[in-house]
Write a new protein. Sequence first.
Length: 318
Amino acid sequence: MIKLYNFDELKPEEILNRDIRAEKNVEDVVDGIIADVRARGDEALKEYALKFDGAQLDNIQVTQEEIEEAFANMDGYFLETLREAAANIEAFHRQQVHKNFVMNDKPGIVLGQKYTPIEKAGVYVPGGTAAYPSTVLMDVIPAKVAGVSEIVMTTPAGKDGKVNPVILAAAAQLKPQTMIIDSIQTMNAADVQSGAGSVSQVRECAARLIRFAKQENTSLFLVGHVNKEGSIAGPKVLEHMVDAVLYFEGEKRLMYRVVRTVKNRFGPTSELGVFEMAQSGLVGVDNPSVLFLSGRPDEVSGVCVCCVMEGSRPLLAE
């Protein structure tokens, strides 16, 4: 399907004037492969991997054990180089992030600009006889910086059915810094024989996520539902498994929200944070007392301002 040219035998005009578009038979072959994979899924992928790459695959997805093994056996200097390269690439692309803005400085006129990242992205990393860890970094990091929530990377396996450990080591450098699960009641572990939201599912999913967060040094936020009594729905053990429990409260008719600390393994509890819902999202309120006293009638009998303590923060309220 691929034409080979002998450069010494070609005239300059033949190089410049040749048709670089894919030939019709190539397009037909590719369309047939895509249709077959869509119809038969992973089984078709395994057959094509054996046909084109000579790789006998038992599993399409790389396991966590394979990644950890590649990472453990990699040269320390090479890993440090990967970390430095990843940090430089991320710093550069963060300068390229477009900013959202809203303008409403004139009555009846609202203008703005909003950038929304795509939900999913696929990254292809060449494999086979050579390894390209730079492709992993240069393709995945910009997508992460842009805010893509799910990134899937694919690369050809070798004849032994394994991915080049250099590629896996580069992928291991790109673990998430922060992971937010919204909500934990919707998570489902396939090997647990119960429905999503059950006591066993919530406990097991939370335990696996916490174990991953500790292994990868990733900050983990578990968002849970609240029942009619105002406490976190699900097994009580969920609150014992985490380091901190925060309650997000507020009246739907008001623009202010309160974050209250109920449990904090590394600091005091009973702390209170007040936030205001602005056009750009939630913004912290530095002096909540001004809000609580706004609109207070002046020179009216029976009105008194007192100071109350919420954790270590004094608040003035009527």
